[in-house]
Design a protein around this ligand. Structure first.
Ligand code: 3HC
Length: 304
């Protein structure tokens, strides 16, 4: 196997829709062994069953032979709950793809720094949280962030934002932290092989272009629904057929996950103080009611 990119083993933390997709494209397209970890074994089982389904679809469509599909599937190894993050100790790079919660990511990156190899690249699939904040959490309490040692740790942290569904979407956004943390590492380019297009966001601002633009759009659509301006179908059809979007904004919100949309909007609002990012009350209530969209069967639409 070629190791020109320097990544012989990849860790993926989180087996939700993003983590599973990242594990699949890395195993299939970059042909790299992947260690997949999630604290929920139920989530891992669900993720792997999606991987199997997608590989079988590619075999059915003649895009892969059964051998190629089996090889890709065999490259993914699950690291169980008992082993935890320690089980990822020999990876060259890890991609964190858990929910959009700063405290959760801070705890994970602090553990990454303690348990993983000192030269491993620590990537986050975050779509809104400051990479500088995540990088700082990787620095142990007894190490000064301004010291060479502190900077070295922070420099290992990078933002790699994939889009959902990962196997279909061609874009990968590479996010930088602020200047003190020069975050790009050549080996991390491995993951660019799984995408067809790359953009760089050079300022560590909330939302990194994509969600800073997308979330006010989704939120405005929700407010239109809330105010009774049009039905959910008519709002979505307007954008689908009037602007050629593949999905209307309410369908897209369900697809991303309403809990994820709300978490991103809160990060944008808190991070900028700009009222254009204030989440709509309807979105807040739907998430309070545990309506998370497609992933749990109910959002703006129903998914039996
Ligand atoms: N996982 C993997 N593959 C999937 C999938 C999934 N969840 N859903 C659909 N696909 C695949 C299908 O298998 C099919 O593949 P094929 O061409 O190999 O057969 C292909 O996508 C097209 O699917 P369909 O024909 O069933 O349906 P559509 O033509 O309606 O396409 C879609 C589905 C690709 C999801 C399309 O509706 C779309 O592009 N929607 C917009 C998606 C989008 O905007 N994503 C970005 C979200 S924002 C984000 O991720 C950032 C985050 O930070 C919030």
């Amino acid at each position: 196997m070629s190791v020109a990119h320097g990544i012989r083993k990849l860790g993926v933390l989180g087996a939700g829709q993003m983590g599973t997709g990242i594990a699949l494209v890395a195993a299939l397209r970059a042909k790299v062994p992947v260690l997949l970890h999630d604290r929920s074994s139920e989530q891992v089982a669900k993720g792997l069953s999606l991987v199997d389904k997608l590989l079988a679809k590619d075999v059915g469509k003649g895009r892969l032979t059964s051998e190629q599909a089996k090889e890709a599937r065999d490259r993914i190894t699950v690291v169980g709950k008992e082993e935890g993050i320690k089980g990822l100790r020999d990876v060259d790079m890890v991609v964190e793809a858990v929910s959009e919660s700063l405290p959760l990511k801070q705890a994970i990156f602090s553990e990454f720094a303690a348990e993983l190899r000192p030269d491993a690249i620590l990537a986050s699939n975050t779509s809104s949280i400051s990479i500088t904040k995540i990088a700082a959490s990787a620095i142990p309490k007894d190490v000064s962030a301004a010291s060479e040692a502190g900077k070295k740790i922070a420099e290992r942290v990078v933002g790699l934002h994939f889009f959902n569904p990962v196997p279909v979407m061609v874009l990968l956004v590479h996010q930088l932290a602020e200047d003190t943390y020069t975050l790009w590492n050549d080996p991390a380019r491995l993951l660019l092989r799984v995408a067809k297009a790359e953009v760089t966001v050079s300022k560590d601002v909330p939302g990194f272009v994509s969600n800073a633009l997308l979330m006010p759009f989704i939120n405005e659509a929700i407010m239109h629904l809330e105010k009774g301006i049009a039905t959910r179908e008519d709002i979505d059809t307007t954008l689908k057929l009037g602007m050629n979007h593949p999905m209307g904004p309410l369908q897209l919100a369900d697809f991303i996950g309403l809990d994820t949309c709300l978490a991103i909007q809160k990060t944008l609002y808190e991070g900028t103080g700009d009222s254009k990012y204030r989440p709509s009350i309807l979105l807040e209530r739907m998430v309070d009611a545990q309506w998370f969209g497609r992933k749990n069967g109910k959002g703006f639409y129903e998914y039996p």
